[in-house]
Design a protein around this ligand. Sequence first.
Ligand SMILES: Cc1cc2nc3c(=O)[nH]c(=O)nc-3n(C[C@H](O)[C@H](O)[C@H](O)COP(=O)(O)OP(=O)(O)OC[C@H]3O[C@@H](n4cnc5c(N)ncnc54)[C@H](O)[C@@H]3O)c2cc1C
Length: 290
Amino acid sequence: MALTKLRAFHAPASVAEALALLSRDEETLILSGGTFLHGLEARGLLSDVEALVDLRKVGLGTIQAGSDGLEIGATTTFAQLRRHEAVQSSSWLSALADALEYPPAQIRNTATVGGCVAASCPFFDIPTALVALDGVVTAKGGEGERRIPLPEFFVGLFASALEPGEFVTGVSLPRPEGRTVGAFIKLEGNANDLAIVNAAARLTVDGAGVCTEARVALGGGVADSVVRSPAAENLLTGRRLDGETLRAAADAVVGDIDPMSDHRASADYRRAMAKVITRRTLERAVARLQ
Ligand SMILES: Cc1cc2nc3c(=O)[nH]c(=O)nc-3n(C[C@H](O)[C@H](O)[C@H](O)COP(=O)(O)OP(=O)(O)OC[C@H]3O[C@@H](n4cnc5c(N)ncnc54)[C@H](O)[C@@H]3O)c2cc1C
């Protein structure tokens, strides 16, 4: 049993109540789905925790779809998001829909959007899709509310821009102008394992088939955090999305990543696969323009 100092389990009924609990002078940890915390606990990494604050009853389990985009409450589960009509039918959200197919059903039913971004884990899939979709985190704390674009929110390996006492209340995805498609692909060693490399793309084209805006994001240990590839995005923007352009953009991602070596793969293998997985992701997105 690794939670040796645990004295209290709180289940606040409002955001204000949660904020008050998080401002107390004790070693407090937020709990959402618990699927990441479970692994930390099993490794004995939560031995200092004195109180858990379970966010699931504070009223943040909602999804709002409007002309501006999608507002996803922090305790929305992957399963709720996957079932949502906008995710199932909007081509601009295709990268998210693809990514939501990977986690096993038990995890989809429990893991939350807030937990998956707050963990700042470079190996998860949903954050890579959210970065390609220009996701913006809303965080609340004693000083009020902040909106933080995901690339600024992920400050390092398992480190986020959250201040003490602050927590994620939601993630918003702005709806892009124009005809937009996307895709996500994960390379994994075996089913249900974390990614070796993953890639997400969002592409907007004009009436002549020229790309007017591109987003390419990569995760899975290609850096300490999920990253965007400005080099790939620049090569796609202003061009027709033919095979040669997609290949050049995919090859360019290596300049924007700094892969790690671990028990899943070497840095060299991740670098080689980042190109392959990005090319396939771009091809899948472009096929959706047909
Ligand atoms: C068997 C298994 C398979 C998996 N497969 C995949 C997969 O295929 N693809 C994939 O993307 N992921 C996968 N995952 C990872 C999964 O996505 C994460 O564990 C999950 O997203 C974490 O969310 P949670 O709600 O369970 O967070 P929790 O475990 O509750 O919390 C995660 C961290 O964030 C903090 N936290 C939680 N909510 C908030 C909040 N609102 N504000 C601030 N801090 C907060 C917690 O204190 C903790 O540090 C898998 C996990 C497991 C165990």
